[in-house]
Design a protein. Structure first.
Length: 229
């Protein structure tokens, strides 16, 4: 991975990360997003955001993600430019922006159906009850204009032992078998160290999403949770 990334100069890296990062901030600022438009000829010499392996899934994903709670219905250009620049890990959730986040991505995929195959699409649900997860997943697929999501999360887990159990595993296996999801995991915003440790112990979780801040990630407890060796 390091050898491949040597070709991405410091300047190119900041062009990519700076534009993508600022672009997401401007998603809520209407036509300002047009300032980030680049023609195909302008982008031809620009290296794309690099990728890295996503755990043990065998899939490579972009090191930058696009998404969040913003309403992107009228900011489709941001999605288009992110895709062209190699930002193909797209993150949303059933609850984001009252469903408008998922609908906006669905609007994009309806216009550019071939892009769906190259996007690693992630959504989340605020429930660990199997029947509710099924209902929310079906609604998410309808909004997203797709037959499957690449990664499906239970959102904001704080106690793995209580919220992620054998019923959850059975549900995930069935959803995978039906082709509704490719991978399964959970996100966590509190008690993250313990959630990482307990999630790893389960042996069948494909991915865990944490909130991030530099001070927390350098705490000894978090370091041990991320790398127990």
């Amino acid at each position: 991975m390091l050898k491949k990334e040597k070709n991405l100069s410091r300047r190119d890296f900041f062009k990519l990360t700076g534009t993508a990062g600022v672009g997401s901030v401007f998603a809520s600022m209407g036509n300002v997003s047009n300032a980030f438009y680049m023609s195909d000829s302008e982008q031809s010499g620009l290296k794309k955001v690099p990728t890295r392996p996503f755990g043990k899934t065998g899939v490579n994903v972009s090191v930058l993600a696009f998404g969040g709670t913003q309403n992107l219905m009228s900011k489709q250009l941001l999605l288009r430019q992110a895709f062209k620049m190699g930002v193909t890990y797209w993150d949303t959730a059933y609850s984001y922006s009252g469903g408008k986040s998922e609908r906006a991505m669905g609007k994009y995929f309806a216009k550019y159906p071939e892009d769906r195959k190259k996007v690693f699409l992630v959504t989340k649900v605020d429930s660990s009850i199997p029947k509710q997860m099924t209902r929310y997943l079906e609604k998410s697929l309808e909004r997203l204009k797709t037959s499957y999501v690449d990664l499906f999360f239970i959102h904001m887990v704080s106690d793995v032992k209580d919220e992620v159990n054998h019923e959850t595993k059975v549900w995930a296996e069935q959803a995978k078998a039906k082709g509704k999801i490719r991978f399964f995991g959970f996100s966590t915003h509190s008690n993250m160290e313990n959630c990482l440790i307990e999630g790893a112990k389960l042996g069948w979780i494909d991915g865990i999403m944490t909130s991030f801040n530099y001070r927390l990630m350098h705490a000894d407890a978090m370091k041990r949770a991320v790398d127990p060796s």
